[in-house]
Ligand binder design. Structure first.
Ligand SMILES: Cc1cc2nc3c(=O)[nH]c(=O)nc-3n(C[C@H](O)[C@H](O)[C@H](O)COP(=O)(O)OP(=O)(O)OC[C@H]3O[C@@H](n4cnc5c(N)ncnc54)[C@H](O)[C@@H]3O)c2cc1C
Length: 499
């Protein structure tokens, strides 16, 4: 067994929620915390990598929810750091749908198919709600899409837009606009800026010993008295409280064992939440062979297999001249490509591109396939609650279990799945913990007071005439100092017999 360290609060995870939680603690005078991060860097699902001469975002890429009645706090952070971003205009994507022979579907047909898909999504939602409420008026759910174009649009609607189907707080509150981060410093620069304000940094590096990288938490013991955490490398950390910011996918896995096990209501809330796998595959080419004018950034490939290399983006707006394409896969398709070699994935992607742009196009010189599902510190990309989730589900996933506080994007009722959800959840959780710490301090003071009175009872019996006034009782002196104080004040006369 290695070293043991004691502190007030342990924060597990240095993604945006863990960092925003620790920052708020520090701002409120709670400096004796440690942040235990499993990987060798901060950022979690915000992660850049150099690819083909530019910086690409493997995880979160967009700041969604801009230009509305309320300001998105992540957008504010980006503005302060002068993060370079590009406005994303998806409106043309549905008119850039290619069939397998490289022809673009006529815009009328695409619009018709899109309207049909929106109608069907709304009907499906109503059907599910009715089934759950037990008052079904619809006898059957709407028919599933069958043709390649209908399947492609269904994929875009459900795996991408969603906002068209149900109101999503991010868009209704923060605004409809979305901006792609295209900055060499990466989206993660926002986390470094936050960290700089409360951790010791030098020349852009975090040197604060309270941030501990490569510390994989494997066991968490908890009781009313606090927590003990064991890491994979045999270190032990003890604290009064813990903030757990690991993803819901990690909570669903067996990476961390809880002793005692989490209560049933908590386990059920964790299991109820779905995890979406979202994979952006980057391809670098020697030159461009795709259209690059206005309205061409996003394009769609229609195939009879739903989600098969459907959604494409060129990076000419983000990084002109980079000759990079991005294709996004989700869920089962993501898991499938994660399990195969990158060469196989490249072959499939090239087959699709040759369908769309002809057999003469060059092979990609490089491919990058992130593996969020097989990353044991992530187990997926982001949370997705079933449409019929209740307030109680969110309350349960957020609720502390004794000294164990939960945070992360999945605990945000309004903004789960997003960077701003993670950021705001960290703040909310720390506020709740600070409140708990304040109450605990009050409880301790009350019990100290009680024990002072209790300690004085035998003395009162001995001295008989001694009366303890209220100001004496609450003067803040430590309980074992009371007799000494009374003695010095002349109120306590030691009887002869016990001299
Ligand atoms: C591919 C992809 C695309 C996305 N696109 C967008 C987007 O465009 N816009 C948007 O707003 N959001 C997007 N998101 C979602 C967004 O990235 C997340 O919602 C947000 O970053 C989550 O932050 P978090 O702090 O809750 O969790 P995380 O960032 O996952 O932080 C948790 C941390 O805990 C660490 N950890 C896990 N287990 C342990 C352990 N046992 N011991 C110690 N440490 C541990 C992890 O290493 C990680 O650093 C995307 C995510 C992905 C993966």
């Amino acid at each position: 067994m290695g070293s043991s360290t004691f502190c007030s609060v342990i924060v597990v995870g240095a993604g945006i929620s863990g960092i925003s939680a620790a920052k708020l603690l520090a701002e409120n005078g709670v400096d004796d915390f440690v942040i235990l991060e499993a990987s060798d860097r901060i950022g979690g699902r915000i992660r850049k990598e150099d690819f083909g001469g530019v910086s690409v975002e493997l995880g979160a890429g967009w700041i969604q929810g801009v230009g509305g009645k309320e300001s998105n706090p992540v957008w504010e952070l980006a503005q302060k750091s002068a993060l370079r971003t590009c406005f994303s205009d998806y409106s043309n994507a549905r008119y850039n749908i290619y069939d397998q022979s490289g022809k673009i579907f006529p815009s009328g047909l695409a619009a018709e198919s899109y309207d049909k898909a929106v109608d069907s999504a709304i009907q499906k939602l109503r059907y599910q709600e009715e089934i759950l409420s037990g008052h079904s008026t619809m006898s059957e759910p709407p028919p599933a899409p069958k043709t390649p174009i209908d399947l492609a649009i269904d994929f875009i609607l459900h795996d991408f837009e969603m906002a068209e189907v149900e109101p999503i707080s991010t868009y209704t509150e923060f605004g409809e606009q979305e901006f792609l981060v295209a900055d060499e410093r990466g989206y993660e620069f926002l986390l470094y800026k936050m960290a700089e304000s409360f951790l010791f940094t030098s020349e852009g590096k975090i040197l604060d010993s309270r941030l501990k990288l490569n510390k994989v938490v494997r066991e968490l013991q908890h009781s009313r008295n606090g927590v003990t955490v064991k890491t994979e490398d045999g270190c032990v950390y003890e604290a009064n409280y813990i903030i757990l910011s690991v993803s819901v996918g990690v909570l669903q896995s067996d990476l961390i064992s809880f002793r005692p096990p989490l209560p049933v209501w908590k386990k059920e809330a964790i299991e109820k939440c779905d995890v979406i796998v979202y994979t952006k595959i980057f391809l670098k080419f020697p030159y461009k062979f795709w259209p690059c004018g206005p309205g061409t950034e996003f394009f769609i490939y229609a195939h009879e297999r739903r989600g098969y290399f459907t959604f494409w983006q060129h990076m000419e707006n983000a990084y002109p001249g980079s000759n990079i394409l991005v294709v996004t896969l989700t869920n089962e398709e993501s898991k499938r490509v994660e399990a195969q070699t990158d060469e196989e994935t490249l072959k499939e992607a090239m087959g699709v591109l040759r369908d769309m742009f002809g057999s003469d196009i060059p092979d990609a010189s490089k491919i990058l396939v992130p593996r969020w599902w097989n990353n044991r510190f992530q187990r997926g990309s982001y949370s997705n609650y079933p449409i019929v989730s209740t307030h109680q589900d969110f309350a349960n996933i957020r609720a502390p279990v004794g000294p164990v506080f939960f945070t992360g994007e999945h605990t945000s009722e309004r903004f789960n799945g997003y960077v701003h959800g993670g950021y705001l959840s960290g703040i909310d959780t720390s506020k709740a913990l600070l409140e708990e710490m304040r109450k605990e301090k009050e409880r301790q003071m009350e019990s100290e007071l009680e024990s002072q009175t209790f300690l004085l009872e035998p003395l009162l019996a001995l001295t008989g005439s001694l009366t303890l006034t209220q100001p004496d009782a609450v003067s803040g002196i430590h309980k074992w100092d009371v007799p000494r104080q009374l003695f010095l004040s002349g109120k306590l006369v030691i009887p002869e017999a016990i001299k």
